[in-house]
Design a protein around this ligand. Structure first.
Ligand code: HEM
Ligand code: HEM
Length: 186
């Protein structure tokens, strides 16, 4: 591959990172709208539940893709300059790995919850039946995993972006700039 190490993450990684970020935020937004805001409007809340499932599934897919891309392009990732303490580097790395793991686990748990509850998927033109054994007690377990991990993941995002913003505004190193898209025309 004719690719050179630059002062930024490879473009594809930048695009995948921010696309996944938007998908993740929308997935939370859809479920909160469906569950807490749009309950008086049954037709509308059904639509936002479907959006929650659809965006959640996309988060799963993109988390897989970026995991592979990250492994393939690892050697093109630029260093943070000036360097940060080793223990902070490793802590931040563990947080990033956890972010990948939770965004696999959350959609998977959401799916298993629905399936083991025996829920149908009503897509207006066709209703899909659940294709797994109905088991209400394991459905309840996956429900707890889905919801608790989803809120835990918000805390991980806060730690991850808080650390990035600290490096950008206080230490004034290049950590965030490496992950920002190139400005038009430059
Ligand atoms: C990254 C992906 C996802 C995130 C971040 C996410 C997040 C959440 C959150 C925060 C809630 C709880 C809302 C609350 O009670 O306050 C929730 C509920 C729910 N999610 Fe997801 N979800 C994701 C993917 C999915 C997928 C793929 C499915 C199913 C195919 C799904 C099915 C559900 C269901 C059925 C509930 C309702 C639980 C209830 O109200 O008792 N989710 N989700
Ligand atoms: C849904 C929310 C987020 C998730 C799941 C997430 C996940 C990740 C992951 C897995 C990486 C490792 C590189 C990669 O795989 O592409 C990463 C790197 C990075 N993220 Fe995020 N991120 C999120 C939100 C944010 C936000 C809001 C910011 C900015 C404030 C941010 C800034 C960065 C930066 C600058 C890097 C490179 C850091 C480094 O090289 O140490 N991320 N992120």
């Amino acid at each position: 591959m004719s690719m050179q190490k630059t002062d930024k993450y490879p473009k594809i990684q930048i695009q995948l990172h921010w696309l996944t970020f938007i998908l993740v935020m929308c997935t939370y937004l859809w479920v909160w709208l469906a569950k807490y805001v749009l309950t008086p409007f049954p037709g509308v809340d059904h639509f936002f539940w479907l959006m929650h499932f659809f965006f959640g599934a996309l988060v799963f897919v993109f988390t897989c893709i970026r995991f592979v891309v990250q492994k393939l392009l690892q050697r093109y990732i630029p260093e943070v300059v000036p360097a940060i303490p080793k223990w902070q580097y490793w802590t931040a790395t563990v947080v990033k790995i956890l972010l990948v793991v939770v965004y696999w686990l959350i959609p998977l748990a959401g799916y298993l919850y629905r399936c083991q509850k025996g829920a149908t998927l009503d897509l207006y033109v066709k209703v899909f039946q659940a294709r797994c054994e109905v088991d209400l007690s394991s459905a309840q377990m996956w429900h707890a995993i889905h919801v608790n991990t989803a809120y835990l993941a918000l805390a991980l995002i806060a730690v991850h972006s808080g650390f990035v913003l600290f490096n950008h505004y206080v230490r004034k190193n290049n950590m965030l700039l490496r992950m920002m898209p190139k400005k038009r025309g430059s």
